[in-house]
Design a protein around this ligand. Structure first.
Ligand code: NBP
Length: 469
Protein backbone atom coordinates (compact mmCIF):
# COMPACT_ATOMS: atom_id res chain seq x y z
CA UNK A 1 0.00 0.00 0.00
CA UNK A 2 1.13 3.55 -0.70
CA UNK A 3 2.10 5.77 2.24
CA UNK A 4 0.72 8.84 0.52
CA UNK A 5 -1.01 9.84 -2.71
CA UNK A 6 -0.27 12.95 -4.73
CA UNK A 7 -2.64 14.61 -7.18
CA UNK A 8 -1.25 17.20 -9.62
CA UNK A 9 1.85 16.42 -11.60
CA UNK A 10 3.01 19.93 -12.42
CA UNK A 11 6.70 20.64 -11.90
CA UNK A 12 6.28 20.90 -8.11
CA UNK A 13 4.17 17.76 -7.82
CA UNK A 14 6.54 15.67 -9.93
CA UNK A 15 9.58 16.72 -7.95
CA UNK A 16 7.92 16.16 -4.58
CA UNK A 17 6.94 12.65 -5.69
CA UNK A 18 10.54 11.90 -6.69
CA UNK A 19 11.77 13.32 -3.36
CA UNK A 20 9.35 11.13 -1.36
CA UNK A 21 10.16 8.03 -3.42
CA UNK A 22 13.89 8.64 -2.94
CA UNK A 23 13.29 8.65 0.82
CA UNK A 24 11.60 5.25 0.67
CA UNK A 25 7.94 6.29 0.72
CA UNK A 26 5.58 4.65 -1.70
CA UNK A 27 3.54 7.30 -3.50
CA UNK A 28 0.37 6.79 -5.57
CA UNK A 29 0.07 9.46 -8.25
CA UNK A 30 -2.84 10.86 -10.24
CA UNK A 31 -3.19 13.74 -12.66
CA UNK A 32 -6.25 15.15 -14.44
CA UNK A 33 -4.51 14.80 -17.80
CA UNK A 34 -3.64 11.13 -18.14
CA UNK A 35 -0.78 11.69 -20.60
CA UNK A 36 1.21 13.55 -17.93
CA UNK A 37 1.00 10.61 -15.52
CA UNK A 38 2.05 8.20 -18.26
CA UNK A 39 4.99 10.34 -19.33
CA UNK A 40 6.15 10.84 -15.73
CA UNK A 41 5.89 7.13 -14.87
CA UNK A 42 7.77 6.31 -18.06
CA UNK A 43 10.59 8.79 -17.31
CA UNK A 44 10.86 7.71 -13.67
CA UNK A 45 10.28 3.98 -13.40
CA UNK A 46 10.45 3.38 -9.63
CA UNK A 47 8.70 0.75 -7.51
CA UNK A 48 7.92 3.54 -5.04
CA UNK A 49 5.94 5.48 -7.65
CA UNK A 50 2.53 3.96 -8.39
CA UNK A 51 0.71 5.56 -11.33
CA UNK A 52 -3.09 5.51 -11.27
CA UNK A 53 -5.59 6.71 -13.86
CA UNK A 54 -8.88 7.05 -11.99
CA UNK A 55 -9.51 8.54 -8.58
CA UNK A 56 -11.09 5.24 -7.42
CA UNK A 57 -7.91 3.40 -8.36
CA UNK A 58 -5.83 6.14 -6.71
CA UNK A 59 -7.71 6.01 -3.40
CA UNK A 60 -7.66 2.19 -3.38
CA UNK A 61 -3.85 2.28 -3.34
CA UNK A 62 -3.62 4.29 -0.11
CA UNK A 63 -3.00 2.89 3.38
CA UNK A 64 -5.29 4.18 6.16
CA UNK A 65 -5.68 6.86 7.32
CA UNK A 66 -5.37 7.97 3.73
CA UNK A 67 -3.02 10.83 3.06
CA UNK A 68 -3.90 12.71 -0.14
CA UNK A 69 -1.63 15.56 -1.13
CA UNK A 70 -2.78 18.11 -3.72
CA UNK A 71 -0.23 19.97 -5.85
CA UNK A 72 -2.65 21.63 -8.25
CA UNK A 73 -2.95 25.26 -9.21
CA UNK A 74 -4.21 27.39 -6.31
CA UNK A 75 -7.80 28.65 -6.38
CA UNK A 76 -10.74 26.92 -8.07
CA UNK A 77 -8.72 23.79 -9.06
CA UNK A 78 -8.19 22.98 -5.35
CA UNK A 79 -11.95 23.17 -4.69
CA UNK A 80 -12.64 21.06 -7.78
CA UNK A 81 -10.23 18.30 -6.73
CA UNK A 82 -11.42 18.33 -3.09
CA UNK A 83 -14.99 17.98 -4.37
CA UNK A 84 -14.04 14.96 -6.52
CA UNK A 85 -11.93 13.14 -3.95
CA UNK A 86 -13.98 13.79 -0.79
CA UNK A 87 -16.76 11.25 -1.48
CA UNK A 88 -14.09 8.55 -1.84
CA UNK A 89 -12.57 9.22 1.59
CA UNK A 90 -13.53 8.17 5.12
CA UNK A 91 -13.51 9.97 8.48
CA UNK A 92 -9.95 10.29 9.74
CA UNK A 93 -8.46 10.61 6.24
CA UNK A 94 -6.29 13.62 5.49
CA UNK A 95 -6.14 16.00 2.55
CA UNK A 96 -2.98 18.11 2.32
CA UNK A 97 -3.00 21.19 0.08
CA UNK A 98 0.64 21.91 -0.80
CA UNK A 99 -0.07 24.76 -3.23
CA UNK A 100 0.02 28.50 -2.70
CA UNK A 101 -3.53 28.82 -1.44
CA UNK A 102 -4.80 31.90 0.37
CA UNK A 103 -5.04 31.11 4.08
CA UNK A 104 -8.71 32.11 4.21
CA UNK A 105 -9.50 29.55 1.47
CA UNK A 106 -7.69 26.94 3.57
CA UNK A 107 -9.79 27.80 6.62
CA UNK A 108 -13.00 27.69 4.53
CA UNK A 109 -12.05 24.22 3.21
CA UNK A 110 -11.25 23.00 6.72
CA UNK A 111 -14.70 24.10 7.91
CA UNK A 112 -16.38 22.42 4.93
CA UNK A 113 -14.57 19.11 5.46
CA UNK A 114 -14.88 18.97 9.24
CA UNK A 115 -18.47 17.63 9.26
CA UNK A 116 -17.24 14.75 7.06
CA UNK A 117 -14.50 13.93 9.58
CA UNK A 118 -11.83 14.68 6.99
CA UNK A 119 -8.77 16.61 8.15
CA UNK A 120 -7.43 19.33 5.89
CA UNK A 121 -3.85 20.59 6.20
CA UNK A 122 -2.76 23.81 4.49
CA UNK A 123 0.94 23.47 3.75
CA UNK A 124 3.15 26.17 2.28
CA UNK A 125 6.09 24.79 0.31
CA UNK A 126 9.00 26.96 -0.75
CA UNK A 127 12.10 26.28 -2.75
CA UNK A 128 10.87 26.15 -6.33
CA UNK A 129 11.41 23.03 -8.40
CA UNK A 130 14.92 22.35 -7.09
CA UNK A 131 13.68 22.63 -3.53
CA UNK A 132 10.78 20.28 -4.19
CA UNK A 133 13.20 17.69 -5.53
CA UNK A 134 16.10 18.00 -3.08
CA UNK A 135 14.53 19.49 0.02
CA UNK A 136 12.05 22.36 0.36
CA UNK A 137 11.10 24.38 3.40
CA UNK A 138 7.65 23.13 4.48
CA UNK A 139 5.15 25.26 6.42
CA UNK A 140 2.24 23.13 7.66
CA UNK A 141 -0.92 24.25 9.48
CA UNK A 142 -4.21 22.62 10.42
CA UNK A 143 -5.33 19.90 12.85
CA UNK A 144 -2.40 18.72 14.98
CA UNK A 145 -3.23 15.00 14.74
CA UNK A 146 -3.34 15.24 10.95
CA UNK A 147 0.09 16.85 10.96
CA UNK A 148 1.46 14.08 13.17
CA UNK A 149 0.28 11.55 10.57
CA UNK A 150 2.30 13.18 7.77
CA UNK A 151 5.22 14.45 9.87
CA UNK A 152 7.58 11.50 9.19
CA UNK A 153 7.23 12.04 5.42
CA UNK A 154 7.65 15.82 5.64
CA UNK A 155 10.63 15.57 7.99
CA UNK A 156 12.35 13.16 5.60
CA UNK A 157 11.83 15.22 2.43
CA UNK A 158 12.40 18.70 3.90
CA UNK A 159 15.66 20.60 3.52
CA UNK A 160 18.09 20.20 6.41
CA UNK A 161 19.70 23.25 8.01
CA UNK A 162 23.42 23.28 8.83
CA UNK A 163 22.70 21.81 12.27
CA UNK A 164 20.83 18.92 10.63
CA UNK A 165 17.37 20.11 11.69
CA UNK A 166 14.63 19.56 9.08
CA UNK A 167 13.02 22.72 7.72
CA UNK A 168 9.51 21.80 8.78
CA UNK A 169 7.55 22.21 11.99
CA UNK A 170 3.89 22.32 12.98
CA UNK A 171 2.83 25.97 12.86
CA UNK A 172 -0.64 25.85 14.36
CA UNK A 173 -4.31 25.34 13.57
CA UNK A 174 -6.36 26.78 10.71
CA UNK A 175 -4.51 28.44 7.89
CA UNK A 176 -1.29 29.01 9.92
CA UNK A 177 0.87 27.17 7.37
CA UNK A 178 -0.39 29.06 4.35
CA UNK A 179 -0.25 32.28 6.38
CA UNK A 180 3.45 31.78 7.14
CA UNK A 181 4.09 30.94 3.47
CA UNK A 182 2.29 34.13 2.42
CA UNK A 183 4.48 36.25 4.73
CA UNK A 184 7.54 34.36 3.45
CA UNK A 185 6.61 35.47 -0.05
CA UNK A 186 6.05 39.06 1.12
CA UNK A 187 9.57 39.14 2.57
CA UNK A 188 10.82 37.59 -0.68
CA UNK A 189 9.30 40.48 -2.66
CA UNK A 190 10.98 43.09 -0.43
CA UNK A 191 14.42 41.45 -0.51
CA UNK A 192 14.31 40.95 -4.30
CA UNK A 193 13.39 44.60 -4.85
CA UNK A 194 16.06 45.80 -2.38
CA UNK A 195 18.70 43.85 -4.33
CA UNK A 196 17.37 45.30 -7.60
CA UNK A 197 17.59 48.83 -6.17
CA UNK A 198 21.23 48.46 -5.15
CA UNK A 199 22.00 46.92 -8.56
CA UNK A 200 20.37 49.97 -10.19
CA UNK A 201 22.20 52.44 -7.92
CA UNK A 202 25.60 50.89 -8.52
CA UNK A 203 24.95 50.63 -12.28
CA UNK A 204 23.59 54.15 -12.82
CA UNK A 205 25.39 56.18 -10.17
CA UNK A 206 28.41 53.98 -9.46
CA UNK A 207 28.96 53.37 -13.19
CA UNK A 208 29.73 49.68 -12.58
CA UNK A 209 29.64 47.23 -15.45
CA UNK A 210 27.41 44.20 -14.98
CA UNK A 211 30.45 41.91 -14.68
CA UNK A 212 31.89 44.19 -11.94
CA UNK A 213 28.59 44.01 -10.14
CA UNK A 214 28.61 40.24 -10.38
CA UNK A 215 31.99 40.23 -8.63
CA UNK A 216 30.73 42.65 -5.96
CA UNK A 217 27.62 40.55 -5.27
CA UNK A 218 29.68 37.35 -5.18
CA UNK A 219 31.88 38.91 -2.52
CA UNK A 220 28.88 40.14 -0.52
CA UNK A 221 27.39 36.66 -0.70
CA UNK A 222 30.42 35.29 1.15
CA UNK A 223 29.71 37.38 4.27
CA UNK A 224 26.72 38.79 6.14
CA UNK A 225 24.53 39.05 3.03
CA UNK A 226 24.95 35.34 2.22
CA UNK A 227 21.60 34.15 0.94
CA UNK A 228 19.94 32.27 -1.89
CA UNK A 229 18.68 35.48 -3.52
CA UNK A 230 22.17 37.06 -3.49
CA UNK A 231 23.67 33.86 -4.85
CA UNK A 232 21.28 33.64 -7.81
CA UNK A 233 21.59 37.36 -8.48
CA UNK A 234 25.39 37.11 -8.74
CA UNK A 235 24.95 34.12 -11.05
CA UNK A 236 22.36 35.93 -13.20
CA UNK A 237 24.77 38.86 -13.66
CA UNK A 238 27.39 36.47 -15.07
CA UNK A 239 25.13 34.99 -17.76
CA UNK A 240 25.65 36.29 -21.30
CA UNK A 241 23.01 36.49 -24.00
CA UNK A 242 24.18 33.93 -26.59
CA UNK A 243 22.91 36.14 -29.46
CA UNK A 244 24.46 39.50 -28.57
CA UNK A 245 27.14 38.53 -26.06
CA UNK A 246 25.74 41.20 -23.71
CA UNK A 247 24.77 40.35 -20.14
CA UNK A 248 21.42 38.61 -20.56
CA UNK A 249 19.86 40.58 -17.70
CA UNK A 250 20.24 43.82 -19.69
CA UNK A 251 18.20 42.32 -22.53
CA UNK A 252 15.26 41.38 -20.32
CA UNK A 253 12.18 43.61 -20.55
CA UNK A 254 11.76 45.60 -17.34
CA UNK A 255 8.16 44.57 -16.60
CA UNK A 256 7.92 42.44 -13.44
CA UNK A 257 5.23 39.78 -13.14
CA UNK A 258 3.53 38.63 -9.96
CA UNK A 259 1.21 35.86 -8.87
CA UNK A 260 -0.29 37.83 -5.99
CA UNK A 261 1.21 36.40 -2.80
CA UNK A 262 3.12 39.64 -2.07
CA UNK A 263 -0.08 41.61 -2.59
CA UNK A 264 -1.94 39.27 -0.21
CA UNK A 265 0.66 40.01 2.48
CA UNK A 266 0.12 43.77 2.21
CA UNK A 267 -3.67 43.43 1.99
CA UNK A 268 -3.78 41.26 5.09
CA UNK A 269 -1.29 43.45 6.96
CA UNK A 270 -3.76 46.34 6.64
CA UNK A 271 -6.48 44.12 8.15
CA UNK A 272 -4.28 42.94 11.01
CA UNK A 273 -3.02 46.51 11.56
CA UNK A 274 0.70 45.81 11.30
CA UNK A 275 2.79 48.03 9.01
CA UNK A 276 4.84 46.25 6.32
CA UNK A 277 5.84 49.27 4.18
CA UNK A 278 8.89 47.59 2.63
CA UNK A 279 6.76 44.72 1.35
CA UNK A 280 4.08 47.08 0.07
CA UNK A 281 6.73 49.22 -1.67
CA UNK A 282 8.05 46.09 -3.38
CA UNK A 283 4.59 45.08 -4.60
CA UNK A 284 4.01 48.60 -5.91
CA UNK A 285 7.43 48.66 -7.59
CA UNK A 286 6.35 45.59 -9.60
CA UNK A 287 3.02 47.23 -10.44
CA UNK A 288 4.64 50.46 -11.68
CA UNK A 289 7.17 48.47 -13.70
CA UNK A 290 4.26 46.98 -15.65
CA UNK A 291 3.33 50.45 -17.00
CA UNK A 292 6.23 50.23 -19.44
CA UNK A 293 4.65 52.15 -22.34
CA UNK A 294 3.52 54.98 -20.04
CA UNK A 295 6.97 55.15 -18.47
CA UNK A 296 8.64 55.38 -21.85
CA UNK A 297 6.46 58.40 -22.67
CA UNK A 298 6.91 59.96 -19.22
CA UNK A 299 10.69 59.61 -19.55
CA UNK A 300 10.51 62.18 -22.36
CA UNK A 301 8.19 64.54 -20.51
CA UNK A 302 9.07 64.62 -16.81
CA UNK A 303 12.22 66.46 -15.79
CA UNK A 304 14.61 65.08 -13.19
CA UNK A 305 18.29 64.63 -12.55
CA UNK A 306 20.20 62.47 -14.97
CA UNK A 307 22.13 59.81 -13.02
CA UNK A 308 25.77 60.79 -12.88
CA UNK A 309 28.46 58.17 -12.51
CA UNK A 310 30.64 59.12 -9.53
CA UNK A 311 33.95 57.67 -10.62
CA UNK A 312 35.94 58.93 -7.64
CA UNK A 313 33.39 57.81 -5.00
CA UNK A 314 32.77 54.41 -6.45
CA UNK A 315 34.34 52.37 -3.67
CA UNK A 316 32.48 54.37 -1.06
CA UNK A 317 29.20 53.98 -2.90
CA UNK A 318 29.70 50.20 -3.12
CA UNK A 319 30.24 50.06 0.62
CA UNK A 320 27.15 52.19 1.23
CA UNK A 321 25.16 49.94 -1.09
CA UNK A 322 26.25 46.89 0.91
CA UNK A 323 25.23 48.50 4.18
CA UNK A 324 21.90 49.65 2.75
CA UNK A 325 21.12 46.19 1.40
CA UNK A 326 21.87 44.53 4.72
CA UNK A 327 19.69 47.04 6.57
CA UNK A 328 16.87 46.65 4.01
CA UNK A 329 17.01 42.87 4.45
CA UNK A 330 16.87 43.06 8.24
CA UNK A 331 13.90 45.45 8.05
CA UNK A 332 12.07 43.16 5.60
CA UNK A 333 12.39 40.22 8.00
CA UNK A 334 11.52 42.48 10.97
CA UNK A 335 8.27 43.55 9.28
CA UNK A 336 7.39 39.98 8.28
CA UNK A 337 8.00 38.72 11.81
CA UNK A 338 5.98 41.59 13.32
CA UNK A 339 3.11 40.66 10.99
CA UNK A 340 3.37 37.01 12.04
CA UNK A 341 3.17 38.07 15.67
CA UNK A 342 0.11 40.26 14.98
CA UNK A 343 -1.58 37.47 13.01
CA UNK A 344 -0.97 34.93 15.78
CA UNK A 345 -2.90 37.16 18.18
CA UNK A 346 -5.62 37.84 15.60
CA UNK A 347 -6.19 34.30 14.31
CA UNK A 348 -5.00 32.08 17.19
CA UNK A 349 -1.95 30.70 15.40
CA UNK A 350 0.48 29.03 17.79
CA UNK A 351 3.84 29.22 16.00
CA UNK A 352 6.90 30.58 17.76
CA UNK A 353 8.84 33.11 15.71
CA UNK A 354 12.11 31.29 16.51
CA UNK A 355 10.66 28.16 14.88
CA UNK A 356 9.55 30.07 11.80
CA UNK A 357 13.08 31.48 11.41
CA UNK A 358 14.44 27.97 12.01
CA UNK A 359 12.49 26.38 9.13
CA UNK A 360 13.41 29.22 6.76
CA UNK A 361 17.16 28.64 7.23
CA UNK A 362 17.39 26.18 4.32
CA UNK A 363 15.34 25.04 1.34
CA UNK A 364 13.28 28.17 0.82
CA UNK A 365 13.73 31.21 -1.41
CA UNK A 366 14.42 33.59 1.51
CA UNK A 367 17.04 31.36 3.16
CA UNK A 368 19.88 33.53 4.38
CA UNK A 369 22.74 33.42 6.83
CA UNK A 370 21.06 36.06 8.95
CA UNK A 371 18.10 33.74 9.68
CA UNK A 372 20.19 31.93 12.27
CA UNK A 373 20.68 35.27 14.08
CA UNK A 374 16.95 35.93 13.76
CA UNK A 375 16.18 32.47 15.19
CA UNK A 376 18.53 33.08 18.09
CA UNK A 377 17.07 36.54 18.79
CA UNK A 378 13.53 35.14 19.14
CA UNK A 379 14.72 32.02 21.00
CA UNK A 380 16.44 34.23 23.60
CA UNK A 381 13.56 36.71 23.82
CA UNK A 382 10.30 35.07 22.62
CA UNK A 383 8.29 38.21 23.46
CA UNK A 384 10.56 40.59 21.56
CA UNK A 385 8.06 43.03 19.99
CA UNK A 386 10.26 43.79 17.01
CA UNK A 387 13.42 42.22 15.60
CA UNK A 388 15.01 45.69 15.37
CA UNK A 389 15.17 45.70 19.19
CA UNK A 390 17.31 42.55 19.40
CA UNK A 391 20.86 43.44 20.51
CA UNK A 392 22.48 41.91 17.41
CA UNK A 393 20.34 43.86 14.98
CA UNK A 394 20.22 47.07 17.03
CA UNK A 395 23.99 47.13 16.87
CA UNK A 396 24.22 45.99 13.23
CA UNK A 397 21.84 48.70 12.00
CA UNK A 398 23.46 51.28 14.23
CA UNK A 399 26.83 50.60 12.62
CA UNK A 400 25.45 50.60 9.09
CA UNK A 401 22.93 53.39 9.16
CA UNK A 402 25.21 56.12 7.86
CA UNK A 403 25.90 54.08 4.73
CA UNK A 404 22.20 53.18 4.51
CA UNK A 405 21.26 56.87 4.55
CA UNK A 406 24.02 57.86 2.11
CA UNK A 407 22.97 55.18 -0.39
CA UNK A 408 19.40 56.48 -0.32
CA UNK A 409 20.60 60.08 -0.66
CA UNK A 410 22.66 59.06 -3.71
CA UNK A 411 19.53 57.53 -5.24
CA UNK A 412 17.37 60.57 -4.43
CA UNK A 413 19.95 63.06 -5.72
CA UNK A 414 20.38 61.19 -8.97
CA UNK A 415 16.74 60.31 -9.58
CA UNK A 416 17.26 56.57 -9.09
CA UNK A 417 14.08 55.26 -7.41
CA UNK A 418 14.72 53.13 -4.30
CA UNK A 419 11.23 52.58 -2.91
CA UNK A 420 12.06 49.64 -0.64
CA UNK A 421 15.17 51.31 0.76
CA UNK A 422 13.22 54.52 1.38
CA UNK A 423 10.31 52.64 3.00
CA UNK A 424 12.68 50.57 5.15
CA UNK A 425 14.58 53.58 6.43
CA UNK A 426 11.35 55.50 7.08
CA UNK A 427 10.07 52.46 9.04
CA UNK A 428 13.26 52.39 11.09
CA UNK A 429 13.10 56.13 11.74
CA UNK A 430 9.38 56.03 12.58
CA UNK A 431 9.82 53.11 14.94
CA UNK A 432 12.69 54.74 16.80
CA UNK A 433 10.96 58.18 17.14
CA UNK A 434 9.55 58.83 20.56
CA UNK A 435 7.39 61.62 19.13
CA UNK A 436 5.88 61.50 15.64
CA UNK A 437 3.86 64.27 13.98
CA UNK A 438 0.67 62.31 14.63
CA UNK A 439 -0.25 65.10 17.08
CA UNK A 440 -0.94 67.29 14.03
CA UNK A 441 -2.96 64.50 12.37
CA UNK A 442 -5.09 64.28 15.52
CA UNK A 443 -5.63 68.05 15.48
CA UNK A 444 -6.68 67.92 11.80
CA UNK A 445 -9.09 65.04 12.51
CA UNK A 446 -10.57 66.92 15.42
CA UNK A 447 -10.85 70.09 13.31
CA UNK A 448 -12.91 68.63 10.48
CA UNK A 449 -14.57 65.65 12.16
CA UNK A 450 -14.67 66.34 15.92
CA UNK A 451 -12.78 63.07 16.36
CA UNK A 452 -11.27 64.30 19.67
CA UNK A 453 -7.69 63.89 20.88
CA UNK A 454 -5.70 63.00 23.98
CA UNK A 455 -3.09 65.30 25.52
CA UNK A 456 0.47 64.67 26.59
CA UNK A 457 0.13 66.68 29.80
CA UNK A 458 -3.15 65.42 31.30
CA UNK A 459 -5.48 62.42 30.99
CA UNK A 460 -8.86 62.49 29.24
CA UNK A 461 -10.39 63.05 25.82
CA UNK A 462 -10.57 66.57 24.41
CA UNK A 463 -12.26 68.45 21.60
CA UNK A 464 -11.51 71.97 20.48
CA UNK A 465 -13.85 74.28 18.55
CA UNK A 466 -10.98 75.14 16.19
CA UNK A 467 -13.15 77.35 13.91
CA UNK A 468 -13.83 79.75 16.78
CA UNK A 469 -10.18 80.25 17.71
P1 NBP B 1 0.62 24.55 -11.56
O1 NBP B 1 0.28 25.61 -10.57
O2 NBP B 1 0.95 24.97 -12.95
O3 NBP B 1 -0.59 23.50 -11.61
C1 NBP B 1 -0.55 22.43 -12.51
C2 NBP B 1 -1.33 21.26 -11.99
O4 NBP B 1 -2.67 21.61 -11.63
C3 NBP B 1 -1.45 20.20 -13.10
O5 NBP B 1 -1.28 18.94 -12.51
C4 NBP B 1 -2.87 20.40 -13.60
O6 NBP B 1 -3.42 19.27 -14.20
C5 NBP B 1 -3.56 20.70 -12.30
N1 NBP B 1 -4.90 21.27 -12.46
C6 NBP B 1 -5.32 22.48 -12.89
BR1 NBP B 1 -4.20 23.77 -13.54
N2 NBP B 1 -6.63 22.64 -12.88
C7 NBP B 1 -7.11 21.48 -12.40
C8 NBP B 1 -8.41 21.02 -12.14
N3 NBP B 1 -9.49 21.81 -12.31
N4 NBP B 1 -8.57 19.75 -11.69
C9 NBP B 1 -7.50 18.96 -11.49
N5 NBP B 1 -6.22 19.34 -11.71
C10 NBP B 1 -6.03 20.60 -12.14
O7 NBP B 1 1.79 23.59 -11.03
P2 NBP B 1 3.08 23.87 -10.15
O8 NBP B 1 3.88 24.99 -10.68
O9 NBP B 1 3.68 22.54 -9.99
O10 NBP B 1 2.50 24.37 -8.76
C11 NBP B 1 1.64 23.60 -7.93
C12 NBP B 1 1.30 24.44 -6.70
O11 NBP B 1 2.50 24.72 -5.98
C13 NBP B 1 0.68 25.81 -7.03
O12 NBP B 1 -0.25 26.16 -6.05
C14 NBP B 1 1.86 26.75 -6.97
O13 NBP B 1 1.49 28.08 -6.69
C15 NBP B 1 2.67 26.13 -5.82
N6 NBP B 1 4.11 26.43 -5.84
C16 NBP B 1 4.80 26.48 -7.00
C17 NBP B 1 6.17 26.77 -6.99
C18 NBP B 1 6.96 26.79 -8.27
O14 NBP B 1 8.16 27.12 -8.21
N7 NBP B 1 6.37 26.44 -9.40
C19 NBP B 1 6.81 27.00 -5.78
C20 NBP B 1 6.09 26.93 -4.60
C21 NBP B 1 4.73 26.65 -4.63
P3 NBP B 1 -3.31 19.08 -15.80
O15 NBP B 1 -1.97 18.46 -16.05
O16 NBP B 1 -4.43 18.16 -16.10
O17 NBP B 1 -3.47 20.44 -16.42
Amino acid sequence: MAHIGLIGLGVMGQNLVRNMARHGFQVAIYNRTRAKTEAFAHEHPDPNIVPTYTLDEFVAQLERPRRVMLMVKAGAPVDAVVEQVRPLLEPGDIIVDGGNSHFTDTERRQRALEPHGIHFLGVGISGGEEGALWGPSIMPGGPREAYDAVAPIFEAIAAKAEDGEPCVTYLGPGGAGHYVKMVHNGIEYAVMQAIAEVYDLLRRVGGLQVSDLAAVFEEWNRAELASFLMEITAHILRVKDPESGDPLVERILDKAGQKGTGKWTSQNAFDVGIPVPSITAAVEARIISAFKEERVRAAQLLPGPVPEAQGQNRLQLIEEGREALFADMVVAYAQGMALLRGAAAEYGYTYHLADVAKIWRAGCIIRAALLEDIRRAFAEAPDLPNLLLADTFRQALGERQQGWREALVAGLTNGVPMPVTAASLAYYDSYRRERLPANLIQAQRDYFGAHTYERVDKPGTFHTEWHQL
